[in-house]
Write a protein that binds this ligand. Structure first.
Ligand code: HEC
Ligand code: HEC
Ligand code: HEC
Ligand code: HEC
Ligand code: HEC
Ligand code: HEC
Ligand code: HEC
Ligand code: HEC
Length: 429
């Protein structure tokens, strides 16, 4: 008996000791985790007394001048984290767009470079994506891809391109005497070139001044640019099963969850962001929307992207949170077949004939000065893209009736036009 009780004492003494050690260790751990996990974002927003006073002035006065701005900001997570007007709008007096304003130096534009002070990861990933290059890309394009900004100026007129192409793709924002040039701003195109040289606009998806994560997850925000006859991703999504589920249940989904814990318990079907950006299952979230694509579907003739297998694997991992491997692999096989059918049976033969017309001098080198050039453009740029994109994103109506059916019809028309030109011009020679 004695022995046992002694043992018991010793044990309880040890338990006591272990408890003290545990308390000590957990205190250290708590302290360490406070230091380690204290959001680095919040660390970056220390302000001087003057800055705090100035911020109050911005808010008070702008509450009268532009209450909409202040309302939005007050509801944002930025306001909750004490990120104020001055943290974003403060500028260096040497910045091209810096201006004196109520005793402070500010600029109206808050570029990705400004956001990168606190969100370096998102900005880095955005910079790696095709979104950040959306303007430089159309400026440099020549020839048959027909995406040249200058070409649009020539064919449609500059004012048309400013209100069209450049609202989605971006423009070079110019500054005159510290004031933003009215010909170039406002513009929130996805690849605009900012006065500080940085590319893009974060408010293309996180509108000011709410900067909400929930809004960026809706298909509607992507749909401001990704819609219409030439890239109807929005319409395709809305008619897919995924879009139908989203529409019938969106009110019940919590779209506000931080990236780190956003997962299938909060939604039953993916939105654009889920497949192209979110962290879902084992996938890491990313602002590089090019990172999960195995095909270039926007090109006249589709080709695989660099490292396409790795990219495809990432997208498929998103599907696998909700579908089986057989389902996903089967779907990709059907999708690949549709892209190959378009390339081989629709694009290549007509392209060969068009090249022949240019080579023989039956068509001028200028673009869009002959009817057949508009026909051929719509063939790949509208119908050809619709067929491929309908196939990639579960929209059978776009794959079929807005896609391959229209392609088949216009292929016949183009063949007839080509034959007529050959006959007419051939006789003249
Ligand atoms: C005493 C009033 C007042 C204070 C204080 C004030 N503003 Fe303004 N702000 C204005 C007025 C007036 C305008 C011009 C409104 C307009 O153009 O419609 C303006 C315009 C702006 C613009 C748009 C500039 C442009 O080029 O379009 C920004 C950005 C801005 N303020 C930010 C700030 C910030 C940041 C602070 C604090 C450092 C601040 N304001 C403090 C009154 C004020
Ligand atoms: C998280 C960063 C951020 C914060 C905080 C912020 N802004 Fe802005 N603000 C922006 C961005 C981004 C734009 C859009 C300008 C652009 O890049 O085209 C903008 C635009 C503006 C404009 C011009 C808007 C228009 O439509 O004419 C005003 C005025 C302005 N901000 C005032 C304020 C005031 C006042 C506060 C504080 C209540 C504030 N901002 C807080 C980022 C911020
Ligand atoms: C001075 C630091 C700072 C700057 C500059 C800043 N942010 Fe933030 N941002 C924060 C903090 C802090 C949070 C809150 C983090 C949290 O709630 O976990 C945040 C949160 C966000 C969120 C998530 C909001 C949500 O609904 O959960 C978005 C989106 C965002 N910022 C975008 C931007 C953009 C775009 C810019 C530039 C126009 C910008 N931020 C500039 C510090 C900053
Ligand atoms: C302000 C306009 C705009 C918005 C908003 C927008 N995009 Fe884009 N997106 C573009 C443009 C323009 C391109 C084409 C860029 C290029 O090829 O030069 C593009 C290209 C893409 C691509 C193809 C990238 C590649 O490498 O081929 C994907 C995927 C994409 N966007 C997804 C999205 C998603 C998802 C959203 C919403 C969360 C979204 N975009 C919001 C304008 C936008
Ligand atoms: C409604 C928004 C919008 C307008 C307006 C718009 N685009 Fe685009 N553009 C896009 C989107 C979105 C894509 C990406 C399509 C995709 O990846 O499937 C794109 C793709 C492109 C591409 C292909 C880039 C690549 O990666 O191969 C070119 C070139 C282009 N656009 C040029 C233009 C020109 C020139 C104009 C004006 C005549 C214009 N766009 C008007 C949104 C727009
Ligand atoms: C194409 C649309 C799009 C653009 C452009 C965009 N974002 Fe986002 N952003 C999103 C989406 C979607 C999410 C939510 C991703 C998810 O589901 O986890 C997000 C989330 C965020 C978050 C919250 C991350 C977290 O951990 O909760 C921050 C911060 C942020 N974005 C900053 C930025 C900054 C800075 C820029 C400009 C470089 C930017 N975003 C541009 C769509 C966009
Ligand atoms: C179920 C997942 C899913 C959803 C939801 C989804 N996409 Fe996609 N998207 C894909 C797949 C898969 C591809 C083809 C990927 C490949 O090439 O391997 C693709 C391709 C694209 C492309 C590239 C076209 C190109 O030029 O190469 C764009 C742009 C795009 N999606 C935008 C969107 C937009 C905008 C939405 C919402 C309106 C959306 N996606 C919704 C899975 C999705
Ligand atoms: C968040 C869960 C989720 C994700 C992620 C997701 N899906 Fe779905 N998907 C669903 C649900 C739910 C349905 C409706 C199933 C039904 O019809 O009963 C569906 C339907 C479909 C359908 C049409 C119905 C069928 O079985 O033929 C296809 C095809 C499809 N998904 C493919 C994909 C592919 C490919 C991806 C990845 C690129 C993907 N899905 C990502 C949930 C998801």
């Amino acid at each position: 008996m004695k022995v046992t009780s002694y043992k018991l004492q010793v044990t309880s003494g040890k338990i006591q000791e272990a408890r003290y050690i545990l308390y000590f260790v957990s205190c250290i751990l708590l302290l360490a985790s406070c230091i380690l996990f204290f959001p680095s974002d919040a660390l970056a927003i220390k302000k001087t007394r003057e800055e705090i006073e100035a911020s109050k002035r911005c808010v008070l006065c702008h509450n009268q001048i532009s209450p909409g701005v202040v309302n939005d900001w007050e509801k944002s997570n930025h306001a909750k984290a004490s990120v104020t007007c001055i943290d974003c709008h403060q500028a260096d007096s040497t910045d091209a767009d810096a201006r004196k304003h109520e005793g402070e130096v500010i600029s109206a534009i808050v570029s990705p470079k400004d956001c990168s002070r606190c969100h370096p990861k998102q900005v880095m990933e955005f910079n790696e994506s095709l979104h950040s290059k959306a303007l430089s890309f159309i400026q440099n394009l020549e020839g048959e891809r027909a995406g040249d900004d200058a070409l649009a100026y020539k064919v449609e007129g500059k004012a048309a391109a400013v209100m069209g192409c450049e609202k989605c793709h971006g423009t070079v924002i110019k500054v005159k005497n510290g004031i933003l040039d009215k010909e170039t701003w406002p513009n929130n195109g996805i690849g605009r070139i900012n006065p500080d040289g940085s590319k893009g606009s974060c408010s293309a998806c996180h509108t000011r001044h709410l900067f909400s994560i929930a809004e960026a997850r809706t298909p509607d925000i992507c749909g401001t640019c990704h819609m219409g006859p030439d890239h109807p991703q929005y319409e395709i999504y809305m008619e897919s099963k995924h879009g139908v589920i989203y529409n019938s249940e969106r009110q019940k989904w919590n779209m506000d969850v931080a990236s780190s814990s956003w997962d299938t318990k909060y939604f039953r079907a993916p939105t654009c962001a889920t497949c192209h950006m979110s962290g879902i299952g084992e996938l890491e979230p990313t602002h590089n929307i090019s990172d999960r694509l195995s095909w270039e579907l926007e090109w006249p003739q589709s080709e695989k992207t660099n490292d396409w297998k790795g990219k495809r694997d990432k997208m498929q991992r998103a599907c696998l949170s909700c579908h089986s491997k057989t389902h996903v692999e089967g779907y990709y096989q059907q999708f690949d077949n549709a892209v190959t059918l378009y390339n081989d049976e629709y694009y290549k033969p007509i392209k060969k004939d068009m090249d022949e017309l240019y080579k023989l001098g039956y068509l001028t080198k200028d673009k869009f000065d002959e009817e057949i050039e508009f026909e051929f453009f719509e063939y790949w740029h509208h119908e050809g893209r619709r067929a491929r994109m309908g196939a990639s994103m579960m929209g059978p109506d776009y794959a079929q009736w807005h896609g391959f059916y229209e392609l088949a019809k216009r292929r016949l028309k183009l063949k007839n036009m080509i034959r007529e030109i050959m006959e007419k011009k051939g006789k003249g020679k």
